[in-house]
Design a protein around this ligand. Structure first.
Ligand SMILES: NC(=O)c1ccc[n+]([C@@H]2O[C@H](COP(=O)([O-])OP(=O)(O)OC[C@H]3O[C@@H](n4cnc5c(N)ncnc54)[C@H](OP(=O)(O)O)[C@@H]3O)[C@@H](O)[C@H]2O)c1
Length: 234
């Protein structure tokens, strides 16, 4: 957490320099790189101590982002419960406004920001706004939310730091777009053979894969936590 806090102290300068918030990618995977046993199904991977770390990370960031697939699968709260501290602003990437009215995120204190495409259904937007959610429209990129445009918008709205928690498609998109500044990965001692967390980064033919530098490894309970910064030219 000391190293994370030190990095996050540079976030305002990072936003001024790059025009986007500092992005921390943080998720849990099994030994074989699965994030869930199958799409749409929740699976607890992190042990108690790693979960406490996750909540500490949440409280250190100004906003937290997941994809609509994670909302539909896990119905997460994305708030801080296991440590004391502020809960981050939830941001949901949802190009077709599939966000459900029963979501725990609507009963959480901080209403979610739901980021969608220009062409998304207006009635769905009104229904979501009636629940207190804020809907942000952006031009689409290949039918999905344009993540670079989203980060620019979040920076314009004053956010310096963003934690990206999942799921698999969102993690893959952030990595493929090279929009990740640091990675904090929990590896649980479990073999699942399930939903692969990173699937086809799109530039693998170039034989250039991001390698993490400035690595720290730490054991937390039975889990291994790894932290590093992607070197996109490796
Ligand atoms: N172990 C962990 O740390 C962890 C953390 C989070 C989630 N999970 C697991 O991950 C699974 C969900 O992952 P998932 O891959 O199905 O869903 P996801 O990554 O949460 O959401 C993917 C959806 O987001 C929307 N989207 C919009 N713009 C996008 C973009 N630029 N890039 C990617 N997606 C975009 C798409 O739906 P639309 O086309 O409808 O917009 C897409 O289907 C669940 O099983 C959950 O339990 C695990």
């Amino acid at each position: 957490m000391e190293r994370v806090r030190a990095r996050l102290e540079t976030a305002p300068e990072h936003r001024r320099r790059t025009g986007r918030p500092l992005v921390t990618l943080s998720y849990a995977q099994s030994l074989d790189g699965s994030i869930a046993d199958r799409p749409g199904r929740p699976l607890t991977l992190s042990g108690t101590q790693s979960m406490i770390l996750t909540h500490g990370l949440r409280s250190s960031h100004e906003a937290i982002l997941v994809g609509i697939g994670t909302v539909l699968a896990d119905n997460p709260r994305l708030n801080v419960r296991l440590v004391s501290g502020h809960s981050p602003q939830p941001v949901i990437v949802d190009s077709r406004l599939r966000f459900p009215p029963y979501a725990n995120l609507l009963r959480n204190g901080r209403s979610p920001w739901i980021v969608t495409n220009e062409g998304a259904d207006r009635e769905r937007q009104e229904a979501l706004e009636a629940t207190g959610a804020r809907v942000i429209r952006l031009p689409a990129s290949n039918g999905l939310v344009d993540l670079a445009a989203l980060l620019e918008r979040l920076a314009e709205m004053g956010l310096n730091s963003l934690m990206v928690e999942g799921g698999a498609q969102i993690i893959t998109s952030f990595l493929a777009s090279r929009l990740v500044d640091q990675v904090i990965l929990t590896i649980a001692p479990l073999l699942v053979g399930g939903l692969r967390v990173v699937d086809n980064l799109g530039y693998s033919k170039l034989r250039r894969f991001p390698r993490l530098s400035n690595l720290i490894y730490q054991r937390l309970g039975e889990d291994l936590v790894l932290m590093g910064e992607p070197d996109w030219e490796a």
